[in-house]
Design a protein around this ligand. Structure first.
Ligand SMILES: Cc1cc2nc3c(=O)[nH]c(=O)nc-3n(C[C@H](O)[C@H](O)[C@H](O)COP(=O)(O)OP(=O)(O)OC[C@H]3O[C@@H](n4cnc5c(N)ncnc54)[C@H](O)[C@@H]3O)c2cc1C
Length: 380
């Protein structure tokens, strides 16, 4: 029998959360990161917002803003959520990052990191004799970072009729206003944001509604008073468009291992918090190798989920179309699952997870980033 290479920790899945978990753990532990395919250029762009604090953290580990396609930070958002007329809000700075560029940059950093082994592997490891066994390796601890695939989850919970988001974009021209603009609609919401040479519009809602003809969707947006969002954008039929992504919240109910990022809690994309929170999760998970840190980490995860569900409930309650069927049904699902207690707050201090003194509430931002203020970055 060929001996298996031993690792302290194996991370499965090389998205932003998995790579950050592996990078953080490799400072102290012999770490393995497995991936099913190396990052490759995706012709379909996916612009996402991250708080400037998260960008700072990425720069600290060696990422370069130019390679992430960032030439400025944005502090302005235009929202028509609770009311029909768009309001302009000035808040904390966010960067607009192309998801593929972020993963490619993090992956390149992981490849240059000593004490971190990267392995292309399509099979999932199995547990026996108290260890995780993969193809030629074994590890004491395993972190599930497989995103919405939630590969180690026996049970997941999601809205009975999940929402998706369809992307439309135009490349290669000056973007008149790159700031985030968002409008609620009777059947969901639409938002627009830009980066150098890329103007992107997302339309989110239930799949059946978004399967309507594009002119009909465009007309519904205008009829809902959100025509301002489409100003300067080509018609939906003439813009480039791509596959829809899942957009509504989903979480792991029972999992055979520790999960981070979307594998633990795939946040509703309205929150614009997936990357910052996934990276934060990852940093905690990498420090939760031993008891009692693991128990505190679980408490933190519970609090994070509660905080996100409460934020969503708040957001749906604020939406001017909250009594429309799709919103009311989603709101009911969220309301049924909001935990009663927020749990104890924890923080990361010098590589250890600590319990915060009573009176400090657990969780991140009280309301989602996209519509309100960015939540705190990782408290490292
Ligand atoms: C349309 C859209 C807009 C969004 N906008 C924002 C935004 O503005 N701001 C924000 O912060 N977040 C946003 N998000 C959310 C954000 O993209 C995610 O929260 C984040 O990418 C999650 O990172 P992750 O590493 O947990 O998962 P992923 O990025 O999904 O990575 C998971 C990785 O695991 C791999 N994998 C899957 N199964 C296996 C397996 N069996 N074995 C090995 N590997 C496996 C996958 O190939 C992938 O590489 C948005 C998401 C979408 C869809």
């Amino acid at each position: 029998v060929t001996p298996r290479e031993p690792f302290d920790l194996a991370v499965i899945g090389a998205g932003p959360a998995g790579i950050m978990a592996a990078l953080t753990a490799s400072r102290r532990l012999r770490t393995l990161l497995t991936f099913t395919a190396a990052p490759a250029a995706d012709p379909q762009p996916r612009l996402e917002t991250v708080p400037a604090s998260t960008l700072g953290l990425l720069i600290d580990i060696g990422a370069h803003p130019a390679r992430l396609g960032i030439d400025r930070l944005s502090t302005t958002r235009h929202l028509a959520w609770a009311q029909a007329d768009p309001q302009t809000l000035h808040g904390r700075a966010v960067a607009h990052i192309e998801h593929g560029a972020l993963v490619a940059e993090l992956f390149a950093i992981a490849q240059r990191t000593s004490n971190l082994t990267l392995r292309l592997e399509s099979c999932l490891p199995v547990m026996h004799d108290g260890q995780w066994h993969g193809d030629g390796w074994r590890a004491t601890t395993l972190v599930d970072a497989t995103g919405r695939a939630m590969a180690f989850t026996q049970k997941r919970l999601q809205a009975p009729k999940p929402w998706v988001a369809r992307p439309f974009w135009v490349r290669g021209r000056q973007v008149p206003d790159p700031s985030l603009r968002i409008a609620s609609l009777p059947f969901g919401y639409a938002f627009r944001l830009g980066a150098p040479g890329l103007d992107m519009l997302w339309i989110a809602g239930r799949g059946t509604i978004l399967a309507q003809s594009l002119p009909a969707i465009g007309r519904s947006i205008v009829a809902a008073g959100a025509g301002w969002l489409l100003e300067g954008f080509p018609t939906l039929e003439s813009a480039q468009r791509g596959r829809a992504y899942p957009a509504s919240v989903q979480w792991a109910r029972t999992s055979s291992t520790a999960a981070v990022g979307d594998a633990f809690l795939a946040r509703d994309i309205l929150s614009s918090q997936g990357i910052a929170s996934g990276i934060c999760d990852a940093m905690y998970a990498a420090c939760a190798h031993h008891e009692p840190d693991r128990t505190l980490w679980q408490q933190r995860q519970h609090a994070e989920r509660g905080s996100h569900l409460r934020s969503l409930a708040h957001l749906i309650g604020d939406c001017r179309f909250r009594s429309c069927r799709v919103w009311a049904e989603y709101g009911r699902f969220i309301g049924q699952n909001v935990p009663r207690s927020s749990g104890d707050a924890v923080a990361l201090r010098q590589g250890r997870i600590i319990r915060m003194p009573p009176g400090i509430t657990a969780g991140g931002a009280p309301l989602p980033i996209a519509l309100h203020e960015p939540g705190p970055g990782p408290q490292a």
